[in-house]
Design a protein around this ligand. Structure first.
Ligand SMILES: Cc1cc2nc3c(=O)[nH]c(=O)nc-3n(C[C@H](O)[C@H](O)[C@H](O)COP(=O)(O)O)c2cc1C
Length: 136
């Protein structure tokens, strides 16, 4: 855990669109952070579609890179579009990959999480709660 003076928040955007509203919202959130809080935005577009066959051969570098970024962060801030009443596929895919790391590497259990949605979406909160329970 970093000190209060350098509390690191990892921003994860669920949209891969270059002109994404969610990405813009994350960037604005980063600019509005009070002193002592720092937001760094990471990408999830390089994760392959989750496949257990791939996992069995070894986690892809993109998955371990995201896992390491999550481990290094003090908190996570998600921003995702709603796609068909659910969380968008890129973010769900990232959650699927991260859920395959076992404790102590699966850290979504104790990471403070907040979300920004450009639309209403309750299912995502359920997912986060389930993830936290799964790794508690
Ligand atoms: C495949 C698809 C499904 C969508 N489904 C919903 C939906 O169920 N409810 C909703 O309010 N908006 C829906 N939208 C609109 C997006 O959530 C909205 O455009 C969002 O702001 C896009 O985020 P972005 O700008 O970060 O890419 C959908 C858009 C797409 C492309």
């Amino acid at each position: 855990m970093n000190t209060q003076a350098s509390f690191q928040i990892l921003g994860i955007c669920g949209s891969l669109r270059q002109k994404s509203f969610n990405l813009a919202a994350l960037r604005v959130a980063g600019e509005l952070m009070p002193p002592g809080l720092k937001l760094r935005i990471t990408g999830i577009g390089d994760l392959p579609i989750y496949n257990f066959d791939v996992q069995e051969k070894g986690f892809p570098a993109s998955a371990t890179r995201l896992r390491d970024e999550i481990l290094a962060a003090d908190a996570l801030l998600f921003a995702s579009p709603e796609y068909n009443w659910s969380v968008g596929a890129p973010l769900k895919n990232a959650i699927d990959w991260m859920s395959r790391f076992q404790p102590p590497d699966g850290k979504l259990n104790d990471e403070p999480t907040r979300k920004i949605m450009t639309d209403q979406m309750l299912a995502f909160e359920d997912w986060i709660k389930r993830m936290k329970r799964a790794f508690a």
